[in-house]
Design a protein around this ligand. Structure first.
Ligand code: HEM
Length: 422
């Protein structure tokens, strides 16, 4: 294999698909350089990703398995420090991971998610009612007015975050995914986010409610060995951020895909494709989590034709995996609702598979038909090339989504009923 210098990842995320395609051309696993000149590996091939995600020799715990962090080479000025310092499932390995997973998985049982449906429906209805007051020809940012507030309300409701505290508590997660943030601001954000969450937990401790934060606090108070105070705060960071950011991107990406592929929207209108097709094809072609830090090899591992050395960081590029031509052939990059095989790993795989997947699918299954039923003639308010990506390589989303809603409709869009996967 020819020896290439590593590709330095563009922290602005200007064109993640082009960047990931360039990485894929070098092989399913290739060398990259992260912001801060940190060397790492990127996994873009489907088979290689499946292997990495399922291999216990990869750990997510930097404190135990990233020598560069342990010996102080990675400092507070590392631009992705927020992803290293979190103390939760995404930085836990082995028995610590299973302990935290058991505690948090309870929150997302099918019964719990079913109970969330009315909350999701109400949030969608209220947001659409507010949008109906906008003049049909006026440009409105659908990300700001629908794709973001919908999951933000749902996850805040689940974790008992009162409306007046939501913007502040969710802001830490927003800054954390922005990979253009300066090292100083990233470090300051981590500090502020920790402080805010500590204060939130203390308020809940004094005045518990019928919510998952109070449940986690109760679990911690009953038996401190199950959840340390730092893990409690870290878990809330994770839940509020992952409960909002990727769902927002999936809604935005799905709407964007339909509006830029009117012939496919027509298929949905005619009932030739259903909303499940839209959700799965968007997950495949526009994975909301694009290039996720971190995993670390706990020993030398051969995968995808390379040897990843013990201690090397590895990022799985979910946004590339769904577009692997080895799985989806020459049309892999195209958004096609009619494709039979929509295989992707956009919710992860194995013991790390996304806990929130059923909730995310339920949110999309409610949000998309509701939006298009209310505004069947919705269209982009600017030429497609004016829509900018979100400034991050970790997530795959849009900076904003300016649309004209058109007149209010009434009849359901999409003839075939939802399959209700999850
Ligand atoms: C469309 C929306 C979503 C997408 C695409 C998504 C994607 C992912 C992916 C790819 C992983 C695997 C990470 C890895 O292997 O390193 C993951 C894990 C996780 N997700 Fe999601 N997620 C979404 C929504 C949610 C929601 C709504 C929640 C809950 C509030 C959530 C909570 C989590 C948690 C807690 C984990 C860690 C699981 C573990 O390490 O055991 N996610 N998600």
């Amino acid at each position: 294999m020819p020896h290439h210098p590593p590709i330095a990842i563009d922290r602005t995320g200007a064109d993640i698909h082009a960047e990931l395609a360039a990485l894929r051309r070098r092989g399913p696993v290739s060398r990259i350089e992260l912001p801060g000149s940190v060397p790492a590996w990127s996994v873009t091939g489907y088979d290689a990703a499946l292997r990495v995600l399922g291999d216990p020799r990869f750990s997510k715990d930097p404190r135990k398995h990233w020598p560069a962090f342990r010996n102080g080479e990675i400092g507070a000025d590392f631009p992705l420090i927020g992803w290293v310092l979190m103390d939760n499932l995404t930085t836990a390995h082995g028995s610590d991971h299973s302990r935290l997973r058991r505690l948090t998985a309870k929150a997302f049982t099918p019964r719990r998610v079913e109970a969330m449906r009315p909350v999701i429906e109400q949030a969608a209805t209220e947001l659409l009612d507010e949008l109906a007051a906008v003049a049909p020809g006026e440009s409105v940012d659908l990300k700001k007015r629908f794709a973001h507030p919908l999951p933000a309300r749902v996850i805040s409701d689940l974790f008992g975050v009162p409306p007046e505290e939501r913007t502040e508590l969710l802001r830490g997660g927003e800054v954390n995914v922005d990979t253009t943030t300066s090292p100083e601001d990233a470090a300051a954000n981590v500090e502020r986010w920790h402080q805010q969450m500590h204060e939130f937990v203390e308020r809940k401790r004094r005045a518990p409610g019928d919510d998952l934060t109070s449940d986690l606090i109760a679990a911690q108070e009953a038996d401190g060995s199950r959840l340390s105070p730092s893990e409690l705060v870290g878990t809330l960071h994770l839940m509020l951020a992952t409960g909002t950011e990727p769902v927002m991107n999936l809604i935005g990406n799905a709407v964007h895909a339909l509006l830029t592929h009117p012939e496919q929207y027509e298929q949905v209108r005619k009932g030739d494709a259903d909303w499940d097709d839209v959700i799965e094809e968007t997950l495949r072609a526009e994975a909301p989590v694009a290039h996720l830090p971190f995993r670390f090899a706990t020993e030398d591992v051969e995968v995808g034709g390379v040897t990843i050395r013990q201690g090397d960081p590895v990022l799985v590029a979910f946004a590339a995996v769904g577009r692997d031509p080895a799985v989806h052939g020459a049309s892999a990059d195209r958004f096609e609702l009619s494709r039979e095989d929509k295989t992707h790993l956009s919710f992860g795989h194995g013991i790390y598979r996304c806990i929130g997947m059923p909730l995310a699918r339920a949110e999309l299954a409610i949000a998309l038909p509701a939006l298009f039923q209310r505004f069947p003639d919705i269209e982009l308010a600017v030429p497609p090339d004016r829509i900018r990506p979100q400034s991050t390589f970790i997530m795959n989303g849009l900076e904003s989504l300016p649309v004209r809603l058109g007149p209010v409709g009434g009849r359901p869009v999409g003839g075939r009923p939802m399959g209700g996967r999850g």
